[in-house]
Design a protein. Structure first.
Length: 504
């Protein structure tokens, strides 16, 4: 059961308001000036993108750990079976590993706050720009990007704070904010209503975006990719494949090869697979204090390096050491060749968020890429009973990952279903990119965390025996109907918005 806390907290400000991202020193930007020039409108939209990577003040302070993308990956991946924690810690990220969530944990509170701040900025721009008579294609592009951003943020909120669509579409979702005039006190929409809004916004964004500004901005193809992902989560298999095919047939992207895939994430802006990424530059290299990489990679000084690729994931990949996806799992060795350990846990660093311009703490995280579209098609085909089609889509990826001698060739491995094989491929291909948790629970499967790590309550280093599996600990098998697979609605919202019901 989730622990309940009695809280004595002073009245907190409503977090759904959020002003536009400051885009000039005078802080003079307002709704009126947005319509004055296309340049001002573009500046405002770019300010919304900046909120994905900025350390924005929250609750009166600026904390280097608080960044949308840092929390986005940690809240999802750290609760999965792909990443292992090598110690207990007071950092709020530990709530994800332990699954012992609270309504007051800073990381989920900040993520809720900054998500609605981005949504509010998008709403402000949409309402201002749509007053322009006869907008040209450039203005339509910017409006479309805001619809895409609003859909993307609502989608990530509903994934983290509400149960999967496949479990209960009529259940409590999140608060939909589609207008700056929304009442501050507003109840949660149902999961189905949230998904309807996401689909509507993404579709409208795709219709408007006809002047792509680069992969660091929303585009028609990015909106289609979001639609494919959202329909996958709804198990609308035809629409999942339809929008994945639209991305693929745009011919704007191609799969990286076995030779180029190991460089994709360090060169995301130029990557052939990149559909949408958050652009970081050297100015945004937060180093050890606040980068995404700092917890999962270290060259000795660059990061804390306290979380590693789990034994569960490594065992899943073990059959094919030639798989180039191993390049993002970096074993740390002692001078004698033995594995380094931290508190008894073997050190396998993760480098997907490292090495842009050679820096171990700099990357431009990819949020949509082409390989996912083939995986979406594969899962949709598997669920429709089209096994050969599903395996063909997986083979498109495998032959570009060094596995040209291990293709399925339309033949299922013995004892496996098509969905088993698809989910395994999704796990390996999309590891550390914020998918695993959702893939397991939306398919109503158990999460098996039976491996050594400090997600096991009460674990002591002296208990660890890497030659045997752990036994007798709680939290090893997480069922899809468990309360703890999602986060509490942050205390700031439920205390100030009495219409918003808390998760059990």
């Amino acid at each position: 059961m989730r622990t309940k806390f009695i809280l004595l907290i002073l009245g907190l400000p409503l977090l759904i308001a959020g002003c536009l991202k400051d885009v000039n020193p005078s802080d003079a930007l307002n709704t009126g000036s947005l319509t004055a020039t296309k340049a001002g409108l573009q500046q405002a939209v770019n300010g919304a993108y900046a909120l994905f990577k900025d350390h924005t003040e929250f609750n009166g302070t600026t904390d280097l750990n608080n960044m949308y993308l840092r929390q986005y990956f940690q809240l999802s991946d750290f609760a999965s079976d792909d990443i292992v924690c090598a110690q207990t810690t007071t950092d709020p990220l530990y709530y994800s590993f332990s699954l012992d969530h609270t309504p007051t944990q800073t990381n989920s509170r900040y993520f809720w706050y900054i998500s609605y701040k981005i949504i509010n900025d998008a709403n402000t721009v949409i309402e201002s720009a749509e007053k322009i008579a006869n907008p040209d294609e450039g203005i339509k592009q910017l409006i479309g990007e805001c619809y895409f951003l609003r859909a993307f943020c609502h989608f990530n909120l509903v994934r983290l704070f509400a149960r999967p669509y496949t479990q209960n579409p009529s259940g409590q979702g999140i608060i939909l904010r589609t207008s700056t005039s929304d009442e501050a006190l507003k109840a949660r929409a149902t999961v189905a209503e949230v998904y309807d809004a996401i689909v509507s916004d993404a579709a409208k964004g795709a219709e408007l975006m006809n002047q792509p500004r680069g992969v660091q901005f929303g585009s028609k193809e990015a909106a289609w990719a979001l639609l494919s992902r959202a329909y996958l989560y709804k198990e609308n298999n035809d629409s999942t494949a339809f929008y994945a095919d639209k991305v693929i047939s745009s011919n704007r992207f191609s799969l990286e090869t076995a030779a180029t895939f190991p460089q994709l994430f360090a060169n995301a802006m130029a990557g052939r697979e990149t559909i949408f990424c958050a652009a970081f530059t050297k100015v945004d290299d937060y180093g050890k204090g606040g980068s995404i990489a700092s917890m999962i990679y270290s060259d000795g000084n660059s990061g804390w390096g306290e979380e590693y690729a789990s034994q569960s994931l490594r065992d899943t990949m073990a059959e094919h050491p030639e798989d180039v996806r191993w390049s993002y799992i970096v074993p740390a060795k002692n001078p004698d060749g033995s594995m380094q350990k931290k508190n008894g846990i073997e050190t396998y660093y993760i480098s997907k968020f490292s090495f842009q311009e050679g820096s171990p703490t700099l990357s431009s995280p990819i949020l949509f890429r082409l390989a996912e579209m083939y995986l979406n098609k594969a899962e949709a085909a598997a669920k429709k009973g089209n096994t050969a089609e599903a395996l063909d889509n997986l083979d498109m990826i495998r032959k570009n990952r060094g596995l040209q001698n291990a293709l399925y060739n339309k033949v299922l491995p013995s004892g496996k279903t098509a969905l088993d094989v698809v989910l395994k491929e999704r796990r390996i291909e999309l590891a550390f990119e914020g998918h695993r948790n959702f893939d397991v629970y939306r398919n109503k499967r158990n999460m098996n965390r039976t491996y050594w790590g400090y997600h096991l309550p009460g674990l002591k280093e002296s208990d660890i025996n890497l030659a045997a599996a752990p036994a007798g600990y709680a939290n090893m098998i997480v069922k899809p109907d468990a309360n703890r697979i999602i986060y509490f609605i942050p205390i700031d919202e439920v205390q100030t918005n009495k219409l918003c019901q808390q998760n059990p």
